[in-house]
Design a protein around this ligand. Structure first.
Ligand SMILES: C[S@@+](CC[C@H](N)C(=O)[O-])C[C@H]1O[C@@H](n2cnc3c(N)ncnc32)[C@H](O)[C@@H]1O
Length: 231
């Protein structure tokens, strides 16, 4: 996936009809955003078909409450809310992305999605059943992934946010679902097992299969899914 490797690179060559259709759909969708946000889509916002599969994996029944940890301009929340029966909340720290996400929801009168402006550390995980992550914290340690200079980037923030999310996810009940797209998956605690993958292993569904307590006693061999698709 070259577009995910090189943030400023032009669109990759399209090799098949289905890739063309996918790119075309994303292009049409992303054109609804302001130009700067549109330009960042290929690298930073999840493609539509990936959003759709991730949302289907996360929403087990009508009303499942899904949190997108670092939602950018809300693309995953919009696609999730319009293709499943779930309720989608995105938390985003950058105000320009929050505004773009809220404008999009208003323009299309999408009611089963909302955007919270703030840091993930101030969100209660109790209010959610399932979680989505696409490289939220990596830009703190990988300058090539930096979205802009609107917020402070520090390597220690990667560790702080990753640990915070890990600890919150550990507390969730057995059966809790997480979907990760790319990334190190370091936010996913050891008590979760990867049960399904797609898109060459870059999209992963994780289920909480053990209690945190069991996990600390158990010397389970490393899950091959934990080998990262960093970017
Ligand atoms: C790679 S983008 C993914 C956007 C969206 N989830 C998607 O898949 O299209 C990661 C987003 O996480 C946001 N983010 C990073 N750290 C955050 C934090 N601590 N709290 C809230 N948002 C954060 C970034 O501003 C960025 O918009």
């Amino acid at each position: 996936m070259p577009t995910r490797l090189y943030p400023q690179s032009p669109a990759p060559p399209i090799e098949s009809d289905s890739e063309f259709l996918t790119a075309f759909r994303d292009h049409e969708f992303d054109r609804d955003y302001p130009e700067d946000i549109y330009q960042q889509s290929a690298c930073h916002w999840t493609p539509i078909d990936v959003c759709q599969m991730a949302a289907e994996w996360l929403v087990e029944k009508p009303g499942t409450r899904v949190l997108d940890i670092g939602c950018g301009p809300g693309k995953f929340c919009v696609i999730g809310a319009t293709t499943t029966q779930g309720h989608f909340t995105g938390v985003e720290q950058r105000s320009r992305l929050v505004k773009a996400a809220r404008d999009l929801l208003d323009r299309h009168r999408i009611t089963r999605a909302e955007i919270v402006h703030g840091n993930i550390t101030s969100v209660s995980f109790d209010a959610f059943d399932a979680f989505y992550l696409f490289n939220p914290f990596e830009e703190n340690i990988l300058p090539m992934l930096r979205i802009d200079h609107d917020v402070q980037m520090q390597p220690h923030l990667y560790d702080d946010y990753t640990l915070h999310v890990q600890q919150q996810l550990e507390l969730k009940p057995l059966g809790t679902r997480i979907v990760t797209y790319y990334g190190s998956c370091a936010e996913v605690p050891e008590c979760y097992t990867c049960t399904k993958t797609a898109y060459d292993g870059t999209l992963k569904l994780w289920l909480k299969t053990r209690s945190h307590h069991e996990d600390t006693e158990d010397a389970t061999p490393p899950d091959p899914c934990r080998f990262p698709h960093l970017i």
